[in-house]
Design a protein around this ligand. Structure first.
Ligand code: MRU
Length: 372
């Protein structure tokens, strides 16, 4: 997508040095646009854990590039030592954030590709580089296709409303900054806007890190999509008053049975949508499916982050981005980063292969090769 008229992806290899991975550091957004260099697995692990980058697809793509950097720096004289170092790098990366399944998926995909490249170390490094780029390219292409499928839902509502703006509520940031390009929840919105269908987006601020207020709002602004930022508790009120036509959110892990893990607060929006007859869609690439687990509430690991994120808030003060304390200094805070929305509250899933019911039959109908 474009930033001040220039096309960017969220991650790429540096033009004149392919031993350097470059990312957009999302922490100072929307106030500052900063590109950061990553050269080691530790750099990559820190960037994921401390959320220089974030969002399921981008976490996966970054892990893919992290494995490529690990391959570049692993011992070159013995295949066993090389492989042991790559496995250790994979464990380091997987330990950074537990909820987004894309992370373990990307690490495993790299380990398989590197193993399949034979014993020659330069062939292994080449395979790691190609795989990192393929993961990133696929992520962008799958998000583009999610847009193509999802826009049909917006078109239908627009027709019903005789062309009046379609009001879409979204939570957190499942936009292009959460993936390599286009985003998932935002892809149908960008596609509709680009086709001239009037849309308006209600953007949940998404405490504690405000991915909605800071990042989704910035993205939509850059692309000229009409939107309004709201605090997290407004959605139910808007739905009761007919001011939301549909909800589209992303996901960090969706089980093949249809249960959806997404940013904390998603479940409450799904309950409100259900109570008010508002369709609730979840958009995802297949890399965000968990094909093993069946029960989201019981089985999906929910990341708990540092209390500081709840107790403080970041914002612009003069030329600087500063953090201020919100709570009594000594009050403890809990920071559950994700919740699970049961399949019964999800109207449908929007994937790169099409739209399906949030159920085992629906998902396996689109991905028959995953039938056990
Ligand atoms: O903690 P984050 O910002 O990495 O959260 C992940 C997300 O971006 C959201 O949960 C998003 O809605 C789905 S993943 C694109």
């Amino acid at each position: 997508m474009n930033v001040h008229g220039t096309h960017y992806r969220t991650i790429w290899l540096k033009n004149d040095d392919d031993a350097v991975v470059q990312i957009i550091d999302q922490r100072p957004l929307p106030h500052k646009f900063v590109v950061e260099d990553l050269t080691t697995v530790s750099d990559v692990a820190r960037a994921i854990k401390d959320m220089h980058i974030r969002g399921a697809g981008l976490v996966g793509a970054t892990a893919g590039y992290g494995m490529y950097l690990a391959a570049l720096h692993a011992p070159k004289n013995a295949p066993e030592a090389f492989t042991a170092q790559l496995i250790a790098a994979g464990e380091t990366l997987k330990a950074t954030r537990p909820t987004a399944v894309n992370l373990e998926w990307a690490v495993q995909r790299q380990l398989d590709a590197i193993a399949a490249a034979g014993d020659d170390i330069s062939a292994k490094i080449a395979a790691a580089k190609t795989t990192a780029q393929t993961i990133a390219d696929e992520d962008a292409e799958f998000c583009r296709r999610i847009g193509e499928h999802g826009v049909t839902l917006i078109e239908e509502i627009s027709r019903r409303k005789n062309g009046a703006p379609v009001n879409i509520l979204t939570h957190c940031n499942a936009g292009w900054l959460a993936f390599v390009d286009y985003g998932t929840a935002t892809a149908p919105i960008y596609a509709a806007h680009d086709r001239g269908i009037p849309v308006h987006v209600w953007v949940d601020e998404t405490r504690p890190r405000n991915q909605g207020a800071r990042i989704t709002a910035w993205e939509l602004n850059q692309h000229g999509v009409p939107h309004t930022v709201i605090v997290d508790n407004v959605g139910g009120h808007l739905m009761q008053h007919g001011m939301v036509d549909m909800v589209i959110v992303g996901t960090d892990r969706t089980l093949y049975t249809g249960d959806v893990a997404n940013k904390i607060g998603t479940y409450l929006k799904a309950l409100a949508a259900h109570d008010n007859g508002v369709p609730f869609y979840v958009a995802l690439p297949s890399s965000s499916f968990d094909w093993m687990k069946r029960d989201g509430v019981k089985e999906i690991p929910i990341e708990q982050r540092d209390a500081t994120e709840v107790k403080t808030i970041n914002g612009q003060y003069g030329d600087d981005v500063v953090s201020v304390l919100l709570t009594p200094e000594d009050s403890p805070a809990a920071n559950f980063a994700f919740d699970v929305t049961p399949a019964r509250l999800v109207t449908a899933l929007i994937t790169e292969r099409g739209i399906c019911d949030a159920s085992e039959d629906g998902v396996l109908g689109l991905y028959p090769e995953k039938r056990k």
